[in-house]
Unconditional design. Structure first.
Length: 380
């Protein structure tokens, strides 16, 4: 039961890390409380947006460009289509931080971006209705990742390279003594030289076993599919989108293979506890009302609800990621707090985690995601 590396959490980041570690020749064990892909975390719901001109800050751009390169590699290595180049339209007030960051990051990295007036957006996509106080930023090279298919693909390759994946194994105890890591589940005890913790909302309780407290807040999130005019909203004609509005931050996807228009609200959400049963879509009036109100304002073509789902965000206080080595144990790498915008990065985060384990550092600048930033803010 001895491995070179144990990865706790085989979802988005963990399964990618497991692939890169096993590919490098490391004897790797992945443990997960569920059976990825599953609907108990943050990665389900079929699709995720990938965009490069990044409204959350320029620091993310080099990572997301590398992530897309690795997604293409995954497609080539598996023969699966994982990315749809629908383009992405970001909408907001021209002076908003989100729009300004999108424009500035496109200029800094010479990314194709078309800045459009509201009337230009309305004319190009008749399914959208914007008032004069909005602008649109259309990025034609970005699009949609099939998130659950991505996880399946990395899982397939990780196992092909010799990784062991044990599902429905809940970790009960972790200890680190020098270069020896011990991980106990309800059924078995495992040992390794190194450890990766990428367990989403469960990372906080797991890392508390290693005397580390992370400021993570899990929240319940909802999204839904609506019947839509396929001539207007199909993925050949309509982009994925993000709307920064005075009523909230919304995102969505075109109708892919007739699935319907998918819409979700990015901000807000009810705080929950990891492991707590997430109340299903429709348990709260605002689940549907928020999305319908958004559609009525900006895509007012009598969209009818098909069905909705729930997922979970794990938020950090600044909504930036945590990617770092444990402050006390140099053989423990951590990835958590992806705050609802992390999936697109999971390919490159998996690569970074493997580099941290193998060499103790990464080729990528991850200083922005340091654990120590929270302690520094407390001191200030």
């Amino acid at each position: 039961m001895h491995y070179d590396v144990i990865v706790i959490g085989a979802g988005s980041m963990g399964i990618a890390a497991g692939y890169f570690l096993s590919k490098s020749g490391k004897r790797t064990l992945l443990l997960d409380s569920f059976n990825p892909p599953h609907n108990n975390g943050s990665h389900h719901g079929e699709t995720r947006i990938i965009r490069y001109a990044y409204g959350e800050g320029e620091e993310y751009v080099p990572l997301v460009l590398k992530a897309q390169e690795l997604w293409r590699d995954l497609e080539n290595n598996t023969g699966k289509q994982l990315f749809l180049q629908t383009g992405v339209l970001n909408v907001g007030n021209e002076q908003s931080d989100f729009i300004q960051n999108t424009i500035s990051s496109s200029k800094a990295y010479s990314l194709p971006l078309e800045v459009m007036t509201s009337s230009e957006v309305n004319k190009r996509w008749p399914g959208i209705s914007l008032t004069d106080d909005y602008v649109g930023c259309f990025e034609p090279t970005s699009g949609v990742l099939k998130c659950e298919e991505c996880i399946k693909a990395y899982r397939e390759l990780a196992e092909l390279h010799g990784a062991s994946i044990l599902t429905n194994h809940k970790v009960k105890e972790i200890s680190v003594q020098g270069e020896r890591v011990t991980v106990k589940t309800e059924e078995q005890t495992f040992h390794s030289n190194a450890l990766v913790v990428s367990a989403g909302a469960w990372s906080e309780s797991l890392l508390s076993m290693l005397d580390l407290t992370l400021p993570l807040k899990p929240v319940r999130k909802t999204f839904a599919w609506f019947n839509a005019n396929e001539k207007l909203y199909n993925n050949k004609k309509f982009p994925a989108f993000g709307f920064d509005t005075s009523q909230g931050m919304y995102y969505g996807f075109p109708s892919i293979d007739g699935s319907g228009l998918k819409v979700g609200r990015h901000d807000g959400g009810k705080q929950i506890e990891p492991g707590e049963a997430i109340q299903e879509f429709g348990e709260f009036e605002e689940d549907e009302a928020d999305l319908v109100n958004f559609l009525n304002r900006h895509m007012p073509l009598n969209q009818q609800l098909k069905y909705g789902k729930t997922c979970m965000y794990t938020l950090t206080p600044d909504e930036d990621f945590i990617i770092d080595l444990h402050p006390k144990y140099s053989n423990v790498a951590i990835a958590s707090g992806f705050s609802g915008h992390g999936f697109k990065f999971s390919s490159v985060v998996g690569k970074i985690l493997s580099e941290l384990i193998i060499s103790g550092n990464s080729d990528h600048d991850i200083s922005f995601f340091s654990i120590n930033r929270f302690k520094e803010k407390e001191l200030n």
